[in-house]
Write a protein that binds this ligand. Structure first.
Ligand SMILES: NC(=O)c1ccc[n+]([C@@H]2O[C@H](COP(=O)([O-])OP(=O)(O)OC[C@H]3O[C@@H](n4cnc5c(N)ncnc54)[C@H](O)[C@@H]3O)[C@@H](O)[C@H]2O)c1
Length: 121
């Protein structure tokens, strides 16, 4: 922890990253840390209005509409990153969704355990 504090602002200096699913949640947190630490970030997501707002607020962030299930959008997206930033160093492959299994969810509600049980595909 002490090391990280001493290095704050430098860890991703001159690094270029793609964060898939960077518009919200864990991905958005990754975008914030990368930018705070000096990195440049391309957000690949499908939430266009959120992504454009995010990019308009920071010159080190670009938004690229990219559904990670679509090979052509992924290839075009990576090419756009190279065109904009000249290189690519890091990938945070985070895009996805949380699937709450209805069977496990109902089991969780019936058991005395606190919280819920989740399942991811
Ligand atoms: N939140 C948790 O507790 C948890 C736990 C384990 C794993 N995960 C996984 O971590 C990842 C992020 O979770 P989160 O809670 O931040 O999710 P979230 O729903 O808050 O955010 C997901 C982001 O991914 C984007 N996205 C979804 N499908 C996409 C696609 N096909 N192409 C491009 N972008 C897409 C969404 O638009 C959104 O911006 C997910 O893959 C999730 O399965 C989450």
């Amino acid at each position: 922890m002490r090391y990280m504090r001493e290095k704050k602002g430098l860890r991703f200096e001159d690094k270029v990253a793609i964060v898939t699913g960077g518009c919200q949640g864990i991905g958005r947190g990754c975008v914030d840390v990368l930018v705070e630490e000096g990195g440049k970030v391309a957000v690949f997501d499908i939430k266009d209005s959120v992504g454009k707002d995010l990019a308009s607020g920071c010159h080190n962030v670009i938004y690229i509409h990219c559904d990670v299930r679509n090979d052509d959008e992924m290839k075009n997206g990576v090419q756009s990153v190279i065109q904009n930033f000249g290189k690519l160093d890091l990938l945070v492959n985070n895009a996805g969704y949380e699937h709450i299994d209805p069977v496990l969810h109902s089991l969780a509600e019936e058991t005395p355990m606190p919280g819920h049980m989740f399942a991811w595909p």
